[in-house]
Design a protein around this ligand. Structure first.
Ligand SMILES: [Zn+2]
Length: 227
């Protein structure tokens, strides 16, 4: 059954700008890449801040993709994403983060639940969407996320988790006008190990972890630093 409509959006709902410690991408570059990839809707979801998305909104033109203001918060049980925000989220305990996103008028997403999270069976029923396609997860992790979403009857979303320009739009989903739910997965490329390594090395440089870089070498760093 074909359920597409003229109002459908082509979305990548998980992108990091240089306001994240592990990305060098400028908001302006993200917009250019998104436009080139044929996206009409992107969520910029920097770690701990909405500044990347807010800055990107300043560069929007008539032909730019729609910008969803988001952030990815490191909670006591793993990352939680808020979309459609107007303020930064200050909480860190997962229940408080969900409450604060909602009181901010936002939508709650559980990203890559089978990567670094604990307590996912308790969190899953509390969120609006579960990310079941993330380009930096493994196929098994994405399949686990899809099973979790099925078990808890949650709608699913897809995103690249891009930290480099080449990753923007590597995951694209058709979504409706009033929902972030994935109607059709249009592109689903996994990030290459060199893309992941480059942003992890970049993260070490940004955070001044020179000892880690020198001691471990780049490939060991790639295994040590969380994505
Ligand atoms: Zn992310």
């Amino acid at each position: 059954m074909d359920n597409r409509s003229a109002d459908d959006r082509i979305a990548d709902l998980h992108i990091h700008s240089r306001y994240s410690h592990d990305s060098f991408l400028s908001p302006r570059a993200i917009l250019r890449r998104a436009e080139a990839a044929g996206l009409t809707c992107i969520a910029i979801t920097d770690h701990g801040t909405i500044r990347g998305a807010v800055e990107a909104k300043r560069y929007v033109t008539a032909v730019s993709p729609e910008i969803i203001v988001g952030t990815e918060i490191r909670t006591d049980c793993g990352d939680i994403i808020g979309l459609g925000l107007s303020d930064d989220i200050r909480s860190t305990a997962w229940k408080d983060v969900i409450r604060e996103i909602r009181s901010n008028g936002g939508t709650v997403i559980l990203p890559h639940p089978c990567r670094d999270h604990t307590n996912i069976e308790e969190i899953a029923p509390q969120v609006d969407y579960i990310e079941c396609w993330n380009a930096r997860s493994t196929p098994a992790q994405n399949e686990g996320a899809a099973e979790l979403a099925r078990r808890h009857a949650r709608p699913v979303v897809a995103g690249s988790d891009a930290h480099l320009g080449s990753e923007v739009g590597s995951v694209r989903a058709r979504i409706g006008r009033d929902s972030f739910a994935c109607r059709e997965l249009l592109a689903a490329r996994y990030a290459t190990s060199s893309e992941i390594r480059r942003s992890q090395v970049g993260s070490c440089i940004r955070q001044g972890k020179w000892g880690t870089l020198i001691r471990g070498g780049f490939s060991a760093v790639a295994r040590k630093i969380r994505r």
